[in-house]
Design a protein around this ligand. Structure first.
Ligand code: PLP
Length: 404
């Protein structure tokens, strides 16, 4: 059913070598490799369609506009939004969250109002709120977690007050792999009349996401983490919310009319898309979403679950192994340390064996502080990884450990 050999052939980079060793790419949490169809979509559009969108009466501009807007429809279908008006193209998760933090805080929050985030958030879910905190005096409250890496739901419920205006929480942790119970957390927030922004950077590549089923008010993700190109991402927002929020940036595309006295803004989603969009990127993103849809998100999830179970079992056999993140619901991310070996040493030596892993704080320094460590080594799996690669990783870790 799951034809891993054929899938791997779709990704030319997987057959290259580094330091004379076959590449074992286990840094999918940072970015994923691109299948041939995504790269070809970029080349084809530049070679045969390229023209600026929404502006021209000429043939190429209309064709480029059709491709760009068809991509918006592909994204809508992929996350099951009600309308393409709810799909805003951005540069990625980070820009999506900054857009929302800026527009939401400007129009919906006053000094003393509160936003709830969690201990395990990526810096991109924390720093935009700190920028707003210093500008507007808003307050950030933090959901704690247990030692397995699960958010404490009772403590979460206690954080709400009449000042709470928004919850901003990640769907899947990029460090611990924890799949947070965002659907239940959204029910709780809505019971207090509070909307929720879900950071889906690490969920969209690994599981079926349905924004209506989650009832998320806002949802952000990046194209490059789901086998698409860099430089393009998405902010989903319920239309009734997006209608209420002011534009994030000013410029072309986002206006209806401009005079020096008064400017009126364009309708959704263009109100939030100032300037020339990455229309080649959106075509390629749509190709990536079509690609994973053709394999099947449930099939991908099952494959990665099997890999993760296998890797957890295999890595736990290694002497001195400490794994961070043992949540009951865990995605395909494993963070670890072995004995006293520094994460950077482990990562550097694994690299020499052809194994690409991530080391450091993974843009989650508050989480590192909670764990009482400086950083970890992180192996994160994608749809093309195999058990053989996990064996190579385990053997590599054992070899490095013996050297220390
Ligand atoms: N949120 C999470 C959970 C992430 O893992 C990442 C990237 O690692 C981001 C946000 C930021 O994504 P980007 O750099 O694509 O904007």
């Amino acid at each position: 059913m799951y034809n891993i050999k054929q899938i791997r052939e779709d990704f030319p980079i997987l057959s290259r070598e580094v330091y004379g060793k076959p590449l074992v790419y286990l840094d999918n949490g940072a970015t994923t490799q691109k299948p041939r169809c995504v790269v070809e979509a970029i080349i084809n559009e530049y070679y045969s369609v390229n023209a600026n969108v929404h502006r021209g009466v000429h043939f190429l501009s209309q064709q480029a506009t059709e491709l760009h807007e068809a991509s918006r429809e592909t994204v809508r279908r992929f996350i099951n939004a009600r309308s393409t008006n709810e799909i805003i193209f951005t540069r990625g998760t980070t820009e999506s969250i900054n857009l929302l933090a800026s527009s939401f805080a400007e129009s919906q929050m006053q000094a003393g109002d509160e936003v709830i985030v969690s201990t395990m958030e990526h810096h991109s879910d924390i720093v935009p709120w700190q920028l707003q905190a210093s500008k507007r005096g808003i307050v950030i409250k933090v959901i704690p977690m247990n030692d397995k890496g699960e958010l404490l739901q009772d403590a979460y419920k206690q954080l709400f007050s009449e000042k709470t205006k928004l919850v901003c929480v990640m769907h899947v942790s990029n460090v611990l792999g924890t799949v947070n119970p965002v659907k239940e957390m959204i029910v709780e927030a809505h019971a207090h009349g509070v909307p929720v922004l879900v950071d889906g950077a690490q969920s969209v590549p690994h599981m079926k996401v349905d924004v209506q089923d989650l009832d998320a008010d806002f949802f952000a993700f990046s194209g490059h983490k789901v086998y698409g190109p860099t430089g393009v991402g998405v902010l989903y927002g319920k239309e009734e919310w997006l209608d209420k929020l002011p534009p994030y940036q000013g410029g072309g595309e986002m206006i209806q009319s401009v005079s020096f006295e008064k400017t009126t803004f364009n309708e959704l989603p263009f109100k939030f898309e100032a300037g020339t969009p990455d229309y080649i990127g959106t075509t390629a993103l749509a190709k990536a979403l079509d690609y994973v849809t053709a394999i099947g998100m449930d099939q991908i999830a099952a494959h990665e679950h099997e890999l993760t179970q296998y890797a957890m079992q295999r890595l736990k056999q290694i002497e001195g192994m400490r794994i961070f993140g043992e949540a009951e619901h865990k995605s395909s991310v494993i963070s670890f340390l072995v004995g006293n070996i520094h994460h950077l040493d482990m990562g550097t030596l694994l690299d020499r064996l052809g194994i690409a892993v991530r080391t450091g704080h993974h843009c989650a320094q508050p989480l590192m502080q909670r764990l009482g460590i400086e950083g970890t080594v992180r192996a994160s799996f994608g749809l093309y990884n195999t058990k053989e690669e996990i064996d190579i990783l385990a053997a590599g870790i054992e070899r490095v450990s013996r050297m220390f």
